[in-house]
Design a protein around this ligand. Structure first.
Ligand SMILES: Nc1nc2c(c(=O)[nH]1)N[C@H]1C(S)=C(S)[C@@H](COP(=O)(O)O)O[C@H]1N2
Ligand SMILES: [Mo]
Length: 262
């Protein structure tokens, strides 16, 4: 009578020599891979830190990887990519407030406020709110996102940054790579890549929910830049500058991503 399993090839018995050999391979690769991981970590740990400046805190190889990521995102989400918008009825009437750096001065007088534009040739342009409100108005209702983990559909009104540039003949300035915006007291500041600033949904906003901006949202003028996280949406713009170098950014100095794109 045939055994049911006899067709199966007989299991090969491993000789003691083979077992020893396999143990040796397993053990040395275990040690080897650990040494490799440790070496990699030491390499990263010992590699120079980037110089403190616009961004700070990352080891150079990490920063290199971050910059590559940024390039990829900038190529993928070009200017033609519009942030999703919503009907006005979906805007939240109670707009959240997050962080008040640079807008805490109780003596601030919005009537005396003016916007300073630092032009490429070193000259300045001083504009008041009426100048800005005289330009074509654009409204947007979109999902505002804060890196701290909340988001909210909100409704803003103002002038498109790109319309503003055109109207005041700042094409030479817009040909540079970066824009910087600073609060009047200079305590909060953001640096932006020009394509994001010139994005068709980026506004210098003076209204929220159809009413003038209250202090807590950046009276009298704030940046609304829907392609970026909240941190870049500077409240109470005091001055605007242009450069081919990255301009200072409050949160990038604390280690947040300079680009902070969505
Ligand atoms: N001047 C100034 N602008 C600022 C901030 C700030 O602290 N000061 N915080 C930023 C952050 S982190 C967010 S999420 C948004 C919040 O805007 P909101 O308070 O109008 O919701 O403002 C941004 N702009
Ligand atoms: Mo935020």
């Amino acid at each position: 009578m045939k055994k049911p399993f006899s067709k199966q090839p007989a299991e090969k018995m491993l000789s003691q020599k083979q077992i020893n050999r396999r143990n040796f391979i397993a053990f040395t690769s275990f040690i080897g891979l650990n040494a490799l991981a440790f070496g990699g970590w030491r390499w990263l740990y010992k590699s120079p830190k980037e110089e403190s400046g616009i961004t700070a805190g990352a080891r150079k190889p990490l920063r290199k990887a971050l910059n590559q990521n940024e390039l990829l995102f900038r190529k993928t989400f070009s200017n033609d990519h519009l942030v999703k918008t919503y009907p006005v009825s979906m805007a939240d009437p109670n707009v959240r407030v997050n962080s008040l750096i640079g807008i805490e001065d109780a003596n601030f007088d919005a009537a005396k406020w003016s916007l300073t534009i630092n032009k490429k040739d070193g000259s300045q342009l001083q504009l008041n709110l009426q100048d800005i409100m005289a330009l074509p108005k654009t409204e947007i209702v979109y999902d505002f996102k804060c890196v701290e983990g909340w988001d909210q559909i909100s409704h803003w009104g103002g002038v498109k940054f790109s319309d503003f540039i055109q109207h005041y003949n700042l094409q030479q300035e817009a040909a540079l790579q970066y824009v910087g915006m600073v609060t009047p007291d200079k305590t909060y500041y953001v640096g932006l890549d020009m394509p994001s600033a010139m994005h068709p949904q980026t506004l210098l906003a003076y209204e929220v929910n159809g009413k003038p901006l209250p202090v807590k949202h950046g009276q009298p003028l704030r940046l609304i830049i829907p392609v970026k996280y909240g941190i870049k949406n500077l409240k109470r713009v005091g001055s605007i500058s242009f450069s081919d170098e990255r301009l200072p950014d409050y949160w990038a100095e604390q280690g947040y991503d300079y680009y902070s794109g969505l």
